[in-house]
Design a protein around this ligand. Structure first.
Ligand code: MG
Length: 353
């Protein structure tokens, strides 16, 4: 198996701001795994979506891939050797986004060789995919109003609002007035911005305004007692994002949260995400699939798991000004999984050719 990779620069449609940073564009890394068998050549696609917050960037992903090639880590594997791949990956520290790009390309190859979509390979019912939210990032009041108008005009009826700035209450109330309950479902993501007292107060306001859940309310420096206090006192469900990376985080998340948010960049791929979904169920946790700013390639890869989860936040490609790939197709907040083999993703240049 041969690995090739190149960076993909993608501009955001609107500058994207959350509680700890602001971005105008993002750089992901596109992976192509070429595998030959019985005279056929198959190409599996993947996308690594590195996050500086989790210690990766495009350069570190490319360096990781160069190391895989130099050390012949993939050379003797077939696309069905996932157990061997994951064992080899577990011997290499970190680089979860980079690993994820390879893991998803393995599934793409499997589906293409068997001529079935990955969701079908797993026996899933695509009708069970929940709606996806569309994210409104932090901005000044006028910009937030404009973004909300744009979101509603595009037919999105599930909004995820980023909070964690000094204007939290006015931003939230402005959006809620424009996007009323029950027509519009609203979720909130604080990206680890609040202390426990503020979190309890804001969760009360969110509850009165019919918010479905709040993601990662507490600062990551908060104590275990703070997490326990919020779980006892919050009137709305709490979701772990920054607190939930891999399988081993599930028991702690069950203690302090009601649900988890899975992302390629944290799990290291679809294989680990699948294990986490089943472990989360056993711990009575609800599950969301999320992401970062990315193309429809990695969004569609993660969406293969969507029939197994309760919520989706797969708007990563919708937030970008350009999308190099076509995969899941949106109609408002609802999306359809492609029926093509593998991940079912095509480069847009080929779709439009
Ligand atoms: Mg989040």
């Amino acid at each position: 198996m041969k690995l090739q990779a190149h960076p993909l620069d993608i501009p955001y449609e609107f500058t994207f701001t959350i509680s700890r940073h602001s971005h105008t564009h993002t750089t992901t890394v596109i992976v192509e795994l070429t595998y030959e068998e019985n005279g056929h050549t198959y190409v599996g696609l993947g996308e690594a979506v590195p996050s500086e917050f989790y210690g990766e960037n495009a350069a570190s992903v490319l360096a990781f891939y160069e190391r895989l090639e130099r050390e012949h880590v993939l050379a003797d594997l077939t696309p069905f050797d996932l157990q061997k791949l994951l064992e080899r990956f577990s011997a290499l520290e970190g680089n979860m986004a980079a690993k994820s790009g390879i893991d998803m390309a393995f599934y793409d190859l499997q589906g293409k060789m068997l001529n079935v979509p990955v969701w079908k390979l797993w026996g899933l019912d695509p009708q069970k995919a929940p709606k996806s939210s569309y994210t409104i990032g932090i901005a000044d009041l006028d910009t937030v109003k404009h973004k909300t108008e744009v979101a509603l005009s595009r037919g999105y009826d599930v909004l995820k609002v980023k909070l964690g700035s000094p204007n939290d209450v006015s931003l939230f109330e402005t959006i809620r007035r424009m996007a009323p309950h029950p027509q519009i479902t609203m979720r909130v993501d604080a990206n680890a911005a609040w202390n426990v007292k503020d979190a309890i107060d804001i969760c009360q306001l969110l509850h009165e305004n019919h918010v479905e859940f709040v993601e990662e309310p507490l600062k990551l420096t908060c104590t275990e007692e703070d997490y326990a206090e919020l779980k006892t006192n919050s009137p709305i469900p709490l979701m772990a994002d920054e607190s939930c990376h891999t399988l081993r985080d599930i028991p702690r998340c069950a203690q302090y949260f009601h649900s988890i948010n899975l992302k390629h960049t944290k799990t290291g791929g679809l294989s680990e995400a699948l294990r986490m979904i089943h472990a989360a169920r056993a711990h009575n946790l609800n599950i969301m699939l999320g992401g970062f700013g990315e193309s429809s390639l990695s969004i569609t890869a993660f969406a293969q798991l969507s029939p197994l989860v309760d919520y989706c936040d797969l708007d990563g490609a919708l937030l970008m000004a350009e999308d190099a790939y076509e995969g899941i197709l949106f109609n408002g907040s609802r999306f359809t999984l492609p029926n093509r083999p593998g991940l079912g993703v095509l480069p847009r240049s080929k779709v439009n050719a």
